[in-house]
Design a protein around this ligand. Structure first.
Ligand code: TXA
Ligand code: MG
Length: 330
């Protein structure tokens, strides 16, 4: 469904304690009233999401954030001024009004104000903040088009509000502001440099190395198509040579490999089955999840990804996880 009718219908469902898929600028979300524990439980069920993975709360204005956070720090204010509305989720101590289902038992809650105007209309019309994870089945690539939500959740949810392809394409940057220094728990389109410019210092948390991850979602295998994903690079040994030889090995076995790379790296793969992720960070963010899903649609058995620093931290993080690898970080 599209347009203002879809906005009203989504708001009605959410007010009544149901769930609906909604667009955001990053990826499509599966939304419920963030203040209603049993509504939020439906999200976990539809996605088959582990219970210990907390949800991000979406608000349309600062009052919405004040409703769920118990305290807003000076750094949080500066980051909100700089990047909201937009793809930045900020973690601060929560108020008791936020159910444990949303925070997964943590005493903090992640909040963001999306820039997509359709979802902001839905939040205003519903009159409540929305808890919304990405609207994929847990473990699958995040959905950047309404059709991707259909693929994963058709029959499990009553409504998908279709607002076309997402403009960003990877999930928001998640930053923990409960300590003295901001800590990035998940890289996104708002980069560490962007945050550092406003906040002074910023740290990067590698959740995959912690025994008790600060961001529970980081410990799960993620973003995987049915095809096997192998990531080579960035940097290191001659990547193109290795990918070429792997490609032919799999081809000789009668399999159907696909190569994903930036345009700059495509010359090395002429005549092969290559899908381009565009030219740089923004392009790669915009195309990566779609291309991971498309590999399945084209019947690929294996996806060979030529990783490049030019793809940016967010895309490198997602493709490494799709390949089941810990994300190497300084
Ligand atoms: O762009 C986005 O953030 C999208 C759209 C729909 O807004 N949402 C999204 O939600 O990506 P989800 O649930 O797929 O990812 C939320 C991430 C998880 O890694 C989760 O563990 C982390 O944020 N997170 C949420 N609340 C947290 C908290 N209180 N402390 C630490 N990590 C938290
Ligand atoms: Mg997700």
């Amino acid at each position: 469904m599209t347009g203002s009718r879809a906005v009203r219908e989504a708001a009605r469902i959410i007010r009544a304690g149901g769930i609906a898929a909604v667009p955001t600028e990053t990826v499509y979300g599966l939304a419920a009233n963030a203040l209603d524990a049993s509504a939020c439980a439906r999200i976990f069920e539809a996605k088959n999401r582990p219970q210990d993975n907390p949800l991000i709360v979406h608000v349309a204005d600062l009052d919405g954030a004040k409703l769920v956070w118990s305290d807003i720090t000076a750094t949080a204010k500066r980051l909100m001024d700089a990047f909201w509305p937009g793809p930045l989720s900020i973690i601060l101590p929560k108020r008791s009004i936020v159910p444990n289902t949303v925070s997964a038992g943590l005493d903090t809650v992640a909040v963001r104000m999306p820039s997509n105007s359709t979802v902001r209309d839905i939040i205003r019309e519903a009159g409540v903040p929305l808890a919304a994870p990405s609207a994929n089945s847990s473990g699958r690539p995040s959905p950047t088009e309404a059709a991707h939500v259909m693929e994963d959740l058709s029959g499990k949810i009553p409504l998908i509000v279709d607002d076309g392809p997402c403009t960003v394409g990877v999930e928001s940057t998640v930053v923990d502001l409960t300590g003295d220094v901001p800590v990035i728990l998940r890289p996104g389109d708002i980069t560490a440099e962007d945050i550092g410019r406003i906040a002074g210092t910023v740290l990067f948390r590698d959740g995959s190395r912690d025994t008790k991850p600060a961001s529970p979602g980081m410990k799960y295998r993620h973003y995987s198509p049915r095809a096997r994903v192998v990531v080579l690079g960035p940097g290191g040994a001659p990547i193109a040579k290795s990918i070429n030889s792997m490609y032919h090995t799999h081809k000789d076995k009668g399999e159907n490999p696909t190569i994903l790379c930036l345009e700059q790296d495509a010359d090395a793969y002429s005549g092969l089955n290559v899908r381009l992720l565009g030219h740089g960070m923004r392009d790669a963010e915009h195309t990566v999840f779609r291309e991971l899903r498309n590999a399945d649609e084209r019947g690929s058995d294996i996806v060979l990804i030529h990783a490049s620093e030019l793809m940016g931290a967010a895309v490198l993080d997602r493709i490494m996880r799709a390949g089941g690898k810990a994300v190497p970080r300084a």
